[in-house]
Design a protein around this ligand. Structure first.
Ligand code: C5P
Length: 230
């Protein structure tokens, strides 16, 4: 028996998280937030002194691999927040994992083939229990190449930076558009140009640009695409 898999890939801030959550709720599927896996490893690697904000620093791939292998990671949907709570070695990981600094650490350790390999089975196993909506960079290309539906959701770096600014202001924080745009572009560059599992659309993915679309329209278009795929 094979359960249906829907892949939503694309850069950060394009709206993948929202579509993934809504689809998973509507279809009663599990949700895989693969970015969270890389974020956890990035955060733990930072705490262990293996990664810093200095992206020119050489990182010890084998040390990051060992650390990755020592982590027991589980996902628990949280209806109140509309996201998935993450447990690492039975301990809840706070919202700190979601900030842009940790996103930067994640993209630094995500270049390592052995680290990606170590996270592969956990991701693929999630499709053996029920239908799955998977959010990431390489869901449709590497992790679930035979997925039933593949979407690559993108948006201009400027549109994504504007959304991030609005989010921060909404949360009562300060936000510097230029600094955010620079960080977004640097992370895109690392994710798109790494040699292992670069962020790119699968050949059979629907390409969707959310730069000028609101979240409801994106969701409706993805839902329609899922329906045409049966
Ligand atoms: O999607 P999110 O912003 O949470 O991902 C954080 C980082 O983790 C990405 O910038 C990318 O470097 C890495 N990632 C990845 N493959 C995935 C998901 C995330 O390399 N499937």
């Amino acid at each position: 028996l094979r359960y249906p898999v829907i892949c939503i890939d694309g850069p950060s801030g394009a709206g993948k998280g929202t579509v993934t959550w809504r689809l998973a709720q509507a279809l009663d599927y599990q949700l895989l937030d693969s970015g969270a896996l890389y974020r956890i490893v990035g955060l733990k690697a930072f705490e262990a002194g293996l990664v810093t904000a200095d992206t020119s620093q050489v990182i010890d791939e084998m040390a990051v691999l060992k650390l990755t292998q020592s982590l027991e990671i589980a996902f628990v949907p949280n209806n109140a927040s509309g996201r998935v709570d993450i447990l690492v070695n039975d301990e809840a990981v706070g919202e700190q994992v979601r900030n842009e600094t940790v996103g930067g650490y994640a993209s630094q350790i995500a270049i390592f083939p052995k680290v990606r390999e170590a996270l592969l089975k956990l991701q693929q196993d999630m499709a053996t229990r029920s239908g799955l909506v998977a959010d990431g960079r390489d869901m449709g290309t590497i992790v679930f190449p035979n997925a039933d539906v593949k979407v690559f959701l993108t948006a201009s770096a400027e549109a994504r930076a504007e959304r991030r600014v609005a989010q921060l202001l909404n949360a009562g924080q300060t936000a510097d558009f230029d600094a955010i745009l620079t960080t977004i572009k640097a992370r895109d560059d690392r994710d798109e140009n790494r040699s292992t599992a670069p962020s790119k659309p699968a050949e059979d993915a629907l390409l969707l640009d959310s730069s000028i679309l609101d979240a409801d329209t994106v969701y409706e278009q993805v839902k329609k695409h899922c329906q045409t795929k049966g």
